[in-house]
Design a protein. Structure first.
Length: 621
């Protein structure tokens, strides 16, 4: 098909043009407006007068405001999101450039009040408000700092949490213990957004929390030592945990949220605003600034390794030689980013050596399974099987399999169901790192297509068994890190086929039938972010390039000829490559269902090119 060939060529040349001098691709990791709002609030609180950045971030915030005054996390999120609206409202006020009487702020205020005021924002937003003097801390600490001292054998201990949970919870525990808040002369007054000002406990803890806090308190009482001494030791241990995990750029684990919280935690412990640890942390998160449509955006982290690994493999799938400078430079970059340090993953996986890859260009101690197999796919054609880098990467990815047979993202066996009862919305996303269909499917696909690991290997059989068990009754799988059921089903199908299942296998056929049942009239596919809010597939109402590419790639993997449905999808894909509307900016990734969504600017190139290439290889050659 002439149009598919032209589309492939156009994407390849676009990627060639956009590659950075170091061989990576630094396409934005776009997470909406929260990090932009928090950056304004942080700079004003630290009295860092970077006016160009603050004004630019304000313009970005206002460019995203809806006509009703609200801000949304995604296009079809109803009227708006009260937490995001409060964060943007607060930041614009704190900037000093917009008075309360500004009609745009007045509209935002009306929306916040109509949706419950300050009490109805998320727990994380309340914590940000508390540390900046706009909200009262709870009467008791939701997670006593002393829990960091509980031994690993205790049912809930510090290392029961996922690593990204620990990264955020550690500074929160310090801040809650200190009841710390910091205002400045420029702090706005948000008290008019409190509807129930006299309520004693406005944190909305669940009833289940009572039994969990009792369990934790019983464990703390069993610790040997005087309460004040235990408190001091716990604070010191929490501080040490943060400081020992600061990346070379000054950030805590290279993530915005935990770095933001760490800065305030250190201030609560007596650090000055101009302490080098704090100034380096601010510089680190400033360095994650990118530009989108001429305006600055503070990324939650950078996505260079992820982008580069996916693009490097996809280009080779499209026929670009590993000797081409574009691919060679990408692979050289990836080899330079392989980890050689032990991270927290070793606590639950003590018998493996380092060898994984992380997500960002500055990550050195937080590898993850998905980035590791993605990097290895790109390197597979140039790295001989006996090469140490290859062996280390494959060994690390294999060692990360959970006891249940699936694969997690960052750490093994951090999936205690007790954590779901902790007083944080979406605790299952923040505090747990369970096996998930997308990671398990993609990992099986890697082992099946790129390694010599036998298909009857126990790890492979256990992975298949886990996917079979987790398939939904309608034939789909839930994808933890993407949107959502289409993502998980694509990963599961391609993984199962790669590892040796026949396309006629009942599980595969149920999944194929589900994908066919949700194909749109135009030939494409599209899924709403509301799927992971409601825990069931919700159609977006329009097709998107990326969802279509995922669904088609799964169908191509199973089919021995180009079916009518595949041909319709390919026509949609080829005709839509240069499409420009809201669906192109719609999030295709998520970090926390209902709260944190990701628009990967690279995906519009990666997955259509991969799917078109797989179609060409299977049906046109």
């Amino acid at each position: 098909m002439f149009r598919t060939r032209m589309g492939r060529d156009w994407i390849i040349e676009t990627l060639r043009k956009d590659q950075s001098p170091d061989g990576s691709w630094d396409y934005p990791f776009d997470t909406g407006i929260s990090t932009d709002a928090y950056m304004i609030i942080l700079l004003r609180t630290l009295e860092i007068n970077d006016e160009d950045l603050i004004q630019g971030l304000c313009k970005r915030l206002l460019s995203k405001q809806e006509k009703n005054g609200a801000w949304k996390l995604f296009y079809d999120e109803g009227e708006g999101n009260v937490s995001a609206t409060l964060e943007a409202y607060y930041a614009l006020l704190y900037s000093g450039y917009y008075p309360k009487k500004d009609e745009r702020l007045q509209a935002a205020k009306r929306f916040i009040l109509a949706h419950g005021g300050l009490k109805e924002v998320s727990t994380f937003t309340k914590i940000m408000l508390a540390v900046t003097g706009q909200y009262q801390w709870p009467a008791f600490s939701p997670l006593p700092i002393e829990m960091i001292l509980l031994p690993p054998i205790f049912p809930i201990n510090f290392y029961s949490f996922s690593v990204f949970g620990r990264a955020n919870i550690t500074p929160i525990m310090i801040l809650a213990a200190k009841k710390f808040s910091l205002k400045t002369a420029k702090s706005p007054d948000l008290s008019e957004l409190s509807i129930n000002r006299d309520e004693d406990e406005p944190w909305n803890w669940s009833n289940e929390w009572d039994s969990i806090i009792s369990l934790i308190e019983d464990g703390i009482k069993s610790l040997i030592g005087l309460p004040d001494e235990l408190h001091r030791i716990a604070i010191d241990r929490a501080k040490k945990y943060m400081l020992e995990r600061i990346e070379p750029d000054g950030t805590f684990y290279s993530y915005y949220s935990c770095t933001f919280l760490m800065i305030f935690a250190l201030l609560s412990l007596g650090y000055k605003k101009n302490d080098p640890v704090i100034t380096n942390a601010v510089a680190g998160i400033k360095s994650m600034k990118c530009e989108i449509n001429g305006l600055p955006h503070i990324q939650y982290t950078t996505a260079n390794v992820w982008n580069t690994a996916l693009i490097g493999y996809t280009l080779q799938s499209a026929g670009i030689s590993q000797a081409d400078p574009m691919v060679a430079n990408a692979n050289r970059y990836l080899l330079s980013r392989q980890h050689d340090k032990f991270g927290d993953w070793v606590i639950h996986n003590p018998y493996s050596l380092p060898g994984g890859w992380g997500f960002s260009n500055i990550n050195t101690i937080l590898p993850d399974v998905d980035d590791t197999t993605a990097a290895l796919r790109s390197l597979a054609r140039i790295v001989p099987p006996a090469n140490t880098a290859w062996e280390r990467g494959v060994s690390w990815a294999l060692s990360m399999q959970n006891d249940d047979g699936g694969w997690p993202a960052f750490e093994k066996n951090t999936d205690s169901k007790l954590l779901e009862y902790l007083p944080l919305e979406k605790a299952e996303f923040l505090l747990m790192d369970p096996s998930c269909a997308d990671l398990t499917g993609r990992t099986l696909e890697f082992f099946g297509n790129f390694t010599n690991i036998p298909r009857h290997h126990t790890a492979m059989k256990n992975g298949i068994k886990w996917l079979r068990k987790e398939q939904r009754s309608d034939g789909s799988w839930y994808g933890r890190w993407g949107i959502c059921y289409i993502y998980g089903t694509w990963a599961a199908i391609t993984g199962l086929i790669a590892i040796g299942l026949d396309g006629r296998d009942p599980a595969v056929q149920r999944a194929v039938n589900w994908l066919l049942s949700i194909q749109n009239m135009d030939g494409g596919w599209g899924e709403s972010c509301r799927s992971d809010v409601l825990n069931k597939y919700i159609a977006l109402g329009t097709s998107t390039l990326v969802h279509t590419a995922w669904a088609l790639d799964a169908l191509i993997a199973v089919s021995d000829h180009p079916t009518v449905e595949i041909q319709r999808g390919i026509r949609y894909l080829a005709a839509s490559l240069d499409r420009r509307d809201w669906s192109m900016d719609y999030p295709k990734g998520q970090g926390m269902g209902g709260a944190f969504y990701i628009h990967y600017h690279s995906y519009r190139y990666i997955f259509p090119l991969l799917t078109l290439s797989h179609y060409h290889q299977k049906f046109e050659t």
